[in-house]
Ligand binder design. Structure first.
Ligand SMILES: [Zn+2]
Length: 414
């Protein structure tokens, strides 16, 4: 599938250099702009779906990006900085010492932690647990989705393979019985966005069909499927590879397994955890070469320690030790999610992996926005969309975050 091209009229881009904006009041470098009211960000390298605009500008009025600067707009000179769309994380278990399996307060702590790192849209992921606990958590999370704090729920497990369980509790795994899958979808009250499952298990293909019929993304992951079984699952409606390469058989020349099937099919978007631990740089390049920049979504798969640091944490019912930023199960040593934030994934993509900035933006914003069916509101810096944006300095370090027109991180300018 090609990179997102929004259907809105291409003219009148807010980032076109030289757009009218003279009415603005100039703000000194270093001064703190007000968090609301019409604003004009000028002098930036603005990353649009069509490419990078040097010396571009973005106008914001209320919660939206506008085509021209609103009257009386406050000018914020961000010369030398990058402006990219807010990041969209479709697979994230927590951060700031809290998880999406916790209380509403803990869930908000995790959401806010990731917002400070540029994630303006986040799908909350659960881990394998007792069905009734997952049903209860789905109810809690759906309330936060209704309040606009999260963009929905991703259930990772319990319908996954014991052979590829990763950091999921083996005793609680179950086959993907469509009736049970349906139970989680119903409990989420319209906010179930994605379920990761192993489609080769009994009931797997029927469950994929059920999810596709309900408009919920069926994601293939924590799977021991063959190439042929994976093709069957994609034909049944699966459209996402859950952290491609991790928790699935490797690419063999006689047994190409799920990786080949997921990479070659135009209908599939592949998640990648770009933290330098989960993937070798060459595996990331392989995914980009085969899937193309339009079919990759960078995710964090973050757990509680993201945004905090080393120590002992819980991942669902399992204990995790985080050392030098790498999270591993205390029992067995499996990698247990990441401590990644998407600003770091972005910086790594353009500095270590040397991806074009536009490709990093596609993988962090446009592609996941499209997957969620939210491209009309988020995923690019175009007029009419939510003013969700991230300000980065020349070294790609985060210097500001705006969400729905409000500064979550006020611009830190030299
Ligand atoms: Zn996983």
């Amino acid at each position: 599938m090609a990179t997102e091209r929004d259907s809105r009229a291409p003219g009148g881009s807010s980032a076109a250099p030289g757009a009218p904006g003279g009415a603005g009041t100039r703000l000194r470098h270093g001064a703190r702009p007000a968090s609301t009211g019409p604003r004009l960000l000028t002098g930036a390298k603005v990353v649009l779906p069509t490419g990078v605009v040097e010396g571009g500008q973005v106008a914001v009025d209320g919660r939206r990006i506008t085509g021209t600067a609103p009257a009386g707009a406050e000018t914020v000179d961000v010369t030398g900085h990058w402006l990219v769309p807010g990041f969209v994380d479709i697979h994230n278990h927590g951060g700031g010492g809290a998880s999406f399996s916790g209380t509403p307060e803990q869930i908000l702590t995790a959401v806010r932690t990731h917002r400070l790192h540029g994630t303006t849209t986040l799908v909350a992921s659960t881990v394998t647990d007792e069905m009734d606990l997952l049903v209860r958590q789905a109810g809690l999370l759906s309330e936060l989705a209704e309040q606009g704090e999260i963009a929905g729920i991703h259930f990772e497990g319990p319908f996954i393979s014991p052979c590829r369980k990763g950091a999921h509790s083996e005793a609680l795994l179950r086959d993907p019985d469509p009736a049970e899958v349906r139970k989680l979808v119903d409990a989420a009250r319209g906010h179930a966005r994605m379920i990761t499952l192993a489609a080769e298990l009994p009931g797997g293909i029927d469950s994929v069909r059920l999810l596709a019929e309900h408009g919920v993304i069926a994601a293939i992951g924590h799977t021991d499927a063959t190439y042929e079984q994976t093709v069957e699952a994609i034909d049944a409606g699966a459209t996402v590879a859950t952290h491609l390469f991790n928790a699935m058989p490797g690419l063999g020349h006689r047994a190409p397994g799920p990786i080949a099937a997921l990479l070659e099919d135009e209908r599939v978007t592949v998640e990648l955890i770009n933290d330098g631990t989960h993937l070798h740089a060459a595996a990331l390049q392989l995914a980009f070469h085969h899937a193309g920049a339009g079919r990759v979504a960078f995710i964090t798969d973050a757990m509680d320690a993201a945004g905090i640091g080393d120590g002992r944490y819980m991942l669902g019912p399992l204990e995790v030790e985080v050392s030098e930023g790498v999270a591993r199960l205390v029992q067995g040593g499996s990698i247990a999610g990441s401590t990644l934030t998407l600003d770091r994934a972005f910086k790594r993509a353009v500095t270590v992996d040397r991806l074009p900035v536009e490709h990093a933006v596609a993988a962090l914003s446009a592609n996941p926005a499209r997957l969620l069916g939210m491209s009309d509101r988020i995923g690019s810096l175009e007029p009419g969309k939510d003013a969700d944006l991230v300000l980065l300095d020349a070294a790609f370090d985060l210097k500001g975050v705006m969400r729905q027109g409000e500064w979550v991180v006020a611009p830190q300018l030299p």
